[in-house]
Design a protein around this ligand. Structure first.
Ligand code: GLU
Length: 487
């Protein structure tokens, strides 16, 4: 029988949910869904000071929004729980006792000041700081003395000397580390809380994880983790470290590059299917040229073999292009819902008005939907629908109304508009066309000046859509207003 693939996403709930974390979650999820395996969601909250329930909630909320569900883990439970590390402390102690009894770990009574002095001395000698092993061979009597002096020990793992730690990384190929560079490291702090490198091994082993797929920044942790697997006689999982995400300037993605958290993109009105599509391409490359993928296609086509070793570059233009595609396919009702907070913030509507004018707002959004990349951008296109007292955007725009033919064009337009039985895009289109015919003037003398007279601008949403939305009365008033401004 082929072994079931069990992968995990194990975030530390210490702040906003970074786009890189979402990518790790997605790759694991795709692997689980593709193979009929299981995704486990574990919360790594042993950094008590920085972890918060609020951040945990944000992570879960963002995963759900992206459509990344988990088969075992917090909230859903499962046979390997609990799934929050702070609820597993008792479990870890059992293994720590075993490592101590076997001499594979030892109590370290060094104070922070002593350790700092040691680090500094090594640093001054040009050496890479590492623990020198002061407590590695204490006698029971010496330990007793420290305890009596009130010192609380940390637990250090005894790193074997002269070992090449070699493993095959599913993304990076063969990776080797020299154990002599590592130095005995702390696995349990003096307050009894295990550190990441230790808890992660116990959890991955006890949760029977078969593939550890995570960010490249954890690559240098892997040799330490492998030593712990070996010391406890656990089977090792496969490891795959996916590349860093860089900004377009090829430095590590950070706030300088714009929004970095899933929440930020969500509130700007990006769609989850676009984020998933985009994240999948951050490091994974499909076989052909295709760039737009539904989730079903991603599940079918995803493979670790095609996850690249070189860094992934976060290209916001590409994300916007992908999102624009999904926005065009979305219902205007949905796009309106996503745009509303932004329309309110910009002062176009109040909450009350938004409910009252919903039908009209949906049509406004439908008229601009094809021009935007994400819902917040609706704001940049709707002034023409709200603002009757606009300025000409440029002297060039005003100039289009000074043509000698304009008075004829405008009066024909006014007349025909007033006579239109139904104000709908088809009728408006026909009116504009009939003016060019009847007055024997080119389209340039009709479409652009009418647009400028109605909006003050030379470009924008389709005129035939704008006019029914502002209505006959406002349209006629706007024309009079524009012409009066010409002076
Ligand atoms: N809690 C770690 C992090 O958020 C998980 C690393 C891992 O996947 O092993 O970076």
């Amino acid at each position: 029988m082929v072994q079931e693939i069990r992968v995990r996403f194990a975030p530390s709930p210490t702040g906003p949910f970074h786009i890189g974390g979402a990518r790790s979650a997605l790759f694991n999820w795709l692997l689980a869904r593709k193979t009929g395996g299981k995704l486990i969601l574990r919360i790594e909250d042993t950094d008590l000071e920085r972890s918060s329930r609020e951040s945990e909630e944000n992570i879960k909320e963002a995963l759900r929004w992206l459509g990344i569900n988990w088969d075992e883990g917090i909230d859903v439970g499962g046979p390997c729980g609990p799934y929050r590390q702070t609820e597993r402390l008792g479990l870890y102690q059992e293994y720590t006792r075993r490592l101590l009894a076997d001499g594979k770990a030892y109590e370290c009574f060094c104070t922070e000041a002593e350790l700092e002095a040691e680090r500094q001395a090594m640093f001054d000698k040009g050496e890479t700081p590492r623990y020198g092993g002061r407590c590695a061979r204490l006698t029971e009597a010496e330990r007793e003395e420290f305890r009596a002096a009130g010192r609380k020990p940390a637990i250090r793992f005894r790193v074997p000397e002269n070992r090449q730690i070699v493993f095959h990384d599913l993304v990076r190929g063969t990776v080797a580390f020299d154990s002599n560079g590592i130095g005995d490291f702390v696995i349990v702090k003096s307050d009894g809380i295990p550190v990441y490198n230790y808890a992660v091994v116990l959890d991955d082993a006890l949760m029977r994880i078969t593939h550890v797929i995570r960010a490249e920044e954890h690559l240098s942790n892997t040799p330490r983790q492998i030593l712990i697997y070996e010391a406890l006689g656990f089977d090792k999982p496969e490891f795959g470290h996916i590349s860093l995400i860089l900004g377009k300037d090829r430095t590590k993605m950070s706030k300088r590059h714009g929004a970095t958290s899933v929440e930020q993109y969500r509130s700007l009105g990006y769609l989850p299917e676009a984020i998933v599509n985009f994240l999948a391409l951050l490091g994974w490359s499909p076989e052909g040229e295709q760039e737009l993928f539904s989730v079903v296609e991603l599940i079918r086509q995803f493979s670790l073999e095609r996850v690249a070793k070189n860094p992934a570059v976060f290209d916001i233009d590409k994300l916007n292009w992908i999102n624009a595609h999904y926005i065009r396919k979305a219902s205007p009702e949905l796009v309106l819902d996503l745009a509303l907070p932004h329309l309110q913030a910009a002062g176009y509507v109040t909450e009350h008005l938004a409910a009252e004018k919903r039908e009209w707002l949906v049509k406004v959004v439908a008229a601009v939907q094809e021009y935007i990349s994400y819902a917040a951008q609706v704001v940049d296109h709707v002034d023409v629908f709200f603002n009757d007292r606009f300025e000409f955007e440029s002297p060039e725009a005003a100039e289009t109304l000074r043509d000698p033919d304009i008075p004829r064009v405008m009066s024909a337009f006014r007349e025909k508009l007033a006579a239109l039985p139904d104000l709908e895009p088809g009728g408006v289109q026909a009116v504009l066309k009939s003016i060019t015919k009847e007055l024997k003037v080119g389209g340039k003398k009709v479409y652009m000046p009418v647009r400028v007279a109605l909006t003050g601008r030379m470009h924008g949403p389709d005129l035939a859509n704008i006019i029914p939305l502002i209505g006959r009365e406002r349209a006629l008033e706007r024309i009079a207003y524009s012409l009066s401004k010409l002076g």
